[in-house]
Design a protein around this ligand. Structure first.
Ligand code: AMP
Length: 416
């Protein structure tokens, strides 16, 4: 049997209602906040991510699906959206018309070790607010997330917050952190030793017990913020409190990507196990320039659809996959296909969802099917009915039956 590739999943028809539920919640939330949808290609020139996300990151270093196309160009299946979206905003001069509020949804690809809540093809919802350096923009993005989370019915989650400061604060901190880590090099895990030169910030995310001991006493970025960066962070915290969004400052939260500056945040849930982050984001004031654009401050977030579904599943908050149709046509006579087709065609044209048996099954089996499909009505067509021109319409809830002309059915059932 040929199966789906490791780390990918089919989304079967029976799962679709759940997916549509969260997709709809997200689209509604974005509409409420006046965000517009954007779609970009699933693959991009690799430089979008190597230049945007950063060579030293796990995503670019070891998780990208990169290939040469038949023309010899190096392409990558998008591992995240922000770099693609910024590429698109630059390419189409979107900033010429001022602040952009954009949302997206779709599949993303990372070559990771699959486990619960971690796949190689997964789906993200996200929103990006381009063209503002104000803490109000950070707040808008975070509040869009909390609105989405609460509209789904999730109450139990944590919002972790940190500031990575501006470039110069970060540079000062990085050299300090590097010195500290170098002094402790021999006690660091092998992975962290290799990260020391390229991406020392990532070491702070390490889960290795050896690393944790060293990280616990590492210098904190928050103590290196210059006045401007501190003011920005203070305002973000103040505004979050003003609109009653609870948060915890987590000084070691750095997130995996190079492009963040100032505010970074992550949503965590206890319903998820090891992969407890279900969304996150932050400010990225330098990404536009990194990708060849002008200076455009921006902030955004991404939320994992699979993890959101896992949380909602554990809370029992997902809609059930229940089918429901208006009318199921049952025929007692095998030779009246033309009448059944005509009747069904008429009812469908009147916007009445109608199904009928297409496998010549018994009368009993057809009734069973009508029940399974939660049909509100069954329409029985047999030889007697054809002769009289009136068919039997049975209300499946009350079991009441009436004789009715086909042309009277729409007004009859719409009245009830
Ligand atoms: P990131 O782009 O790494 O900040 O991830 C944002 C969110 O996407 C995470 O909080 C997860 O919910 C989700 N996510 C990231 N990587 C994966 C993955 N490999 N499988 C499933 N969900 C993921």
């Amino acid at each position: 049997m040929i199966r789906t590739p490791r780390g990918t999943k089919d989304i079967l028809p029976s799962d679709m209602k759940k997916w549509n539920f969260i997709e709809q919640k997200f689209a509604e939330t974005c509409k409420l906040f006046s965000y517009k949808e954007i779609r970009t290609p699933i693959f991009e020139n690799t430089e979008v991510f190597s230049g945007g996300v950063g060579e030293g990151t796990d995503i670019v270093g070891k998780e990208m699906y990169t290939f040469d196309d038949r023309g010899g160009n190096q392409m990558t299946l998008r591992p995240e959206m922000t770099a693609s979206l910024v590429r698109s905003a630059i390419e189409h001069n979107l900033m010429d018309t001022g602040v952009q509020r954009l949302w997206y949804y779709g599949p993303f690809f990372r070559y990771e070790r699959p486990q619960k809540g971690r796949q190689r093809q997964f789906h993200q919802f996200g929103a990006e607010l381009l063209g503002s350096a104000s803490p109000m923009a950070d707040i808008e993005i975070i509040s869009l997330c909390t609105q989405l989370i609460s509209s789904c019915g999730i109450r139990n989650y944590k919002l972790l917050l940190n500031s990575l400061g501006n470039k110069s604060s970060r540079a000062k901190y990085l050299s300090n952190l590097k010195d500290y880590l170098k002094d402790n090099r021999d006690n660091l895990s092998e992975v962290s030793q290799t990260r020391l030169e390229q991406n020392p910030l990532r070491i702070l995310d390490s889960k290795s017990p050896d690393d944790r001991k060293i990280i616990d006493s590492a210098p904190l970025l928050i103590n290196f913020l210059d006045d401007k960066s501190s003011d920005h962070f203070a305002k973000v915290k103040e505004l979050l409190s003003t609109i009653n969004i609870n948060y915890e400052v987590e000084p070691k939260l750095v997130r995996g990507l190079d492009y963040y500056s100032h505010t970074v945040f992550e949503f965590q849930s206890t319903s998820l196990g090891a992969q407890d982050a279900f969304g996150g984001g932050g400010r990225y004031n330098e990404l536009f320039e990194q990708l060849g654009g002008k200076n455009v401050p921006a902030v955004g977030f991404a939320m994992g659809a699979e993890r959101l579904l896992l949380i909602l599943e554990s809370l029992g908050k997902l809609p059930k996959d229940e089918e429901c149709i208006d009318i199921y046509i049952i025929s007692a006579d095998k030779n009246i296909e033309d009448i059944i087709c005509k009747t069904r065609d008429y009812l469908l044209s009147e916007n009445i969802s109608t199904l009928c048996d297409i496998n010549s099954r018994s009368f009993k089996a057809q009734f069973k099917e009508a029940n399974k499909l939660n049909a509100k009505w069954v329409l029985i067509i047999g030889t007697n009915e054809i002769e009289s021109g009136k068919f039997t319409l049975k209300n499946m809830q009350t079991s009441e039956q009436i004789e009715i002309l086909i042309s009277e059915i729409p007004s009859y059932i719409n009245k009830l």
